[in-house]
Write a protein that binds this ligand. Sequence first.
Ligand code: ATP
Length: 916
Amino acid sequence: MPKHRDQATPVDGDAPPVPWHALDARTLSTRLDTPVDGLNEAEVRKRLEQWGPNQLPHARSTPAWRRFARQFNNLLIYVLLISAATTLALQHFIDTSVILAVVLANALIGFIQEGRAEQAIEAIRSLIAPRTTVLREGTRRSIDATAIVPGDLVLLEAGDRVPADLRLLHASRMRIDESLLTGESVAIDKQVDAVPQGAGLGDRLNMAFSGTLVVAGQGLGIVVATGIRTEIGRISTLLRNVQTLKTPLLKKMDRFGRQLAAVILGVSMAVFIGALARGIPWDDAFLVVVGLAVSAIPEGLPAVLSITLALGVRRMAARQAIVRLMPAVETLGAVTVICSDKTGTLTRNEMMVAQIVTAGGDIEVTGDGYQPHGEFLRDGQPVAQTEAQAIRELAEMAVLCNDAELQAHDGLWSVSGDPMEGALVVLAHKAGLDPHTVRANNPRVSEIPFDSVQKFMATVHRLPDGRHLGCVKGAPEQVLDMCAAQGSAADAAPLSRAEWETAIDRLAHAGYRVMAVAARPLTKADCAADEAIQNLTLIGLVGLQDPPRQEALAAVAECQHAGIRVKMITGDHVGTAMAIARQLGLHDGDKALLGTRLEKMDDEALREAVRHTTVFARTTPEHKLRLVQALQANGEVVAMTGDGINDAPALKQADVGVAMGKKGTEAAKEAAEMVLADDNFATIVTAIREGRTVYDNLRKVIAWTLPTNGGESLIFIVAIALGLTLPLSPLQVLWINTITAIGLGLVLAFEPAEPAVMNRPPRRPDSGLLSNYLIWRVILVSVLMAGGTFLAFETALALGRDLETARTLAVNAIVAMEAFYLFNVRFLDTRSLSLQGLKGTPAVLAGLSAIILLQLAFTYTPQARMLFDSRPLAWLDGAAVIGTGLALFTLMELEKLIIGRRFSVHGQSPHEKPHA
Ligand code: ATP
C-alpha cells in the first residue's frame, strides 16, 4: 500500500488517525512519499484518483419537483385554481380547461426561468473558485484548490485561505486565524517543531488547517489531509453558501407586489358586490372578478426582474467582472467614486527595470518585457567593466532578496510570483548571472517577508565561505533610512543622502517605480536581529517601467463623462503616482496627499481633503479604510479596489468592494462584492455600465408591466362601474396576459445599454425603482390603454358588429398597444423614433413575431373560436388595430418630449454634475 494512505482519517476508517503534528519533518516527507521538490504530475493523478478532489460535498440543492411545486405558491395561482374549481362546479368545462392550461403554463415558465437564472449564478460562482500555489517538480504552480492531493507541497502567504490540512515545514512570521475551527479569535503564531501527540487542535502550532486564514507571514506545508478528511470536513461536511438572486430592490418589489395583490383582491370584492347589486347573475359576476384579478396582478413581474438581474450578472461575468454578492449589481449603477490601486489595475504590471542608479551614476537598461536579454548603457554607450561589477552586485542582491521565478513556455517569458521581483530576475540574467546558481550558492537562512505597511523585504544568506550577508530591498525612503554607507557591501563609502534623494525624485517623476537595494555582512544568521536592517550599505536604485494600460485611459475618460470621479490610492512614491496619473488623464494640478500627512488629519480635515484630492501616495491599507469612510461621509457611493489581506476592511466598508482575481488574496476576494478576473481598471467601468443597464432594464420591465396590468384592470372596473358591456371576457384577459408577459415583458430583460448610459450622472442611491415620473407614466398609460380598448370596442359595436367580433377587435387592440408601448419603453428618456429604436434587438423581434403569430391564431383559428369565442377580422379592422397601437406610441413619444424632459427618470445624484 502506498505510504500516503496515512491520511488523518483513513478512508476505510479502521486505522487510528496519524498524529502528523507529533512527527518531525523528515519522517513526514518519507511517510507521505514526497520528494523535496514536490510531486510529479503522474503521481498527482494517481493520488487524485485515490483520494478524490479536495472539496467538501455541496449542500444538496432543492429537488426539481419541489422547485416546480413552489411555482404554485402564488396568489394569482390560488385565484386561478379557485376559479377553475368554481367553473368546474358550474360545468363551464372550456373555461376550466383554459384556466388550468394557463396555470400549468405559468408554473412551467416560472420553473424554467428560475432554473436558468440559478444556473447562471452557479456558473459564475465556479469562476472564482479558490486557487492555491503548490510546488511540483521544482516549480511553483498556481492551481485550483480542488486539485491538491495528500503529499503536495503548498506555499502559503498572508491573505491565503489554507486549502487543506497541512503540516508546516517552513514558517516565517506566520500567523493564522483559526477562529473558524477553534473559535479562538486571536491569530496563532505558527512554527515547525513537532508538538506532543496529545496536543489539542489549537495547540498544534505546526499545523495549518483547511479553511483557516493566513493573516501574516509566509510558509510551506505538506498536505496531510484533503476534502472531507480535513478537520473542517469532519466538523461540517456540507458547504452552505447558497446565494439567492434577491437584492434589496427586488425584495422591495416583492413586498410591493404582495401589497398590490391584496389591494387588487379588495377591489375585486368591491366589484363583485357592485356587479351583484347591478343584478348580474353571481356566476357571471364571479368570472368578471376573476378576470379583474387576473388582469391586475403583475404575476410575471418578480420572475422577469430576477431574469433581468441574472442576465446582467452573466453579461458582467462575460466581461471579466464577477459579482459575488447580488446587491452589488444594483449598487454599481449608483457608484460616484472609484478608488483604484495603481499597480496592475491602472498600469499593466509588466515590469521592466529600465534605469539603475549606483554610486557611480545613472545607467540605462535596454530590453523588451521579461525577455532576459538587454544591455547596460551610459550616455548611449555600453558601461565600463568596473561599472558592470557594481551592476552585478546590485543584481545579485536583488535576486537573493526575491521569491520570483522566470519561466519560458514556447519562447514566451513569464514570471511566477511578484512581477516586480520577476523584473529583477530578468535584470540578473541581463547582468550575466544565473539566478538559480546564485540562490543555490547563497542559501537563505531567514527572512522578513514584504508587507505593504513596512514596504521592504529582508533576507539573510549563508555565503559559500560560511559568513552571512543581509539583503534588503524596498521603497527607497524606507531603505535609505536603514543605510549608513553606499557603494558595495565589501567596500563602502559614507552615504550622500541628498544625492540619493535627488535620484529617487528624478526616477519617480519620470514615472518609474523605484526600489532601493541594500546589503551588509552579518555576524548573526537571524533576520529579526536588529543588525540585519541597520547600518546597511546602499548598493543602488532600480527604476522599473510599468506603463499605464491603454484601456484604462479610455475608461477614465468614460468615468468623467459619467459623473464618476476616479481616485488613485497607491503604496507607490508620490512622484511615480503623479506621473502615471498625468498619463492617464487623472491630472489634478499638484494635489496629492501622502499617507504620512493623511495619518495626521482628523476625520473632518480628511473629509475636506478627499473632495479635492485625486492621488493618494505612500498609503497603507489602513488609510484606504479611512478614505472610504471619509468619502461615504460626504455622501459618495464608493467602489474600492484591493488585493491584500489588509485591504479586507476597506473592501468590506466600500459600497462595492472590488478584489483582484489574479493578484488578489483569498481574503480580499472574500471581503469583496465583485472580483475582477483580469485585474483591470477598465473592467470596473464596464461593470458600472452594466450595472446602470441592469437598473434601467429593471425599470423598463416595471414601466411596461404595471400599466399593461393597470389598463386591463381599469377596463373591468370602468365597465362594471358604468354598467357597460365588458369589452373582454375573463378568458380573453388570461390569454392576453399569458402571451404578452412572455412575448413582450421578458424581452426587456435582454435590452442592451442605452447609448447615453454613460453620459449621465450616477443615479441617486436612495432613488427607488418607482420614481414619481414612473408612477405618473403608469397612470397615464393605464388610462390610455383602457381608453383605446373601449374606443375600439364601442366603435365596432356602433358600426353594427356583433359582440364577439367587437371583443376580438378589443383583444387585438390591447395587444397592439402593449406591443407598441414596448418600443416607447425601450428608451426611457430619449426618443424611440430612431433607426436603432425601430430596428429592435433579436429578442424584441423574436418576441414580436411570436405575438403576431399567436394573435393571428387567436383571431382566425377554429380552436381559438371554440376556446375564446373569437371571430375573424377584416383587413380594415387590422388597420384599426395597428392604428390604435401607433396612436399610443405617438402620444407617449410626445409625452417624453413635453413632460419627460422636466423630470429625470434616473434621479440625479445630488452632489455630482457630469464633467464636461
Ligand atoms: P498599489 O497600491 O497601487 O498597488 P504599490 O504596488 O506600489 O501600489 P505596495 O505594493 O504597497 O504598493 O508597494 C509599495 C512600495 O513597496 C513599492 O513602491 C516598492 O518600492 C516597494 N515594494 C513593492 N513590492 C515589493 C517587494 N516585493 N519587495 C520589496 N519592496 C517592494
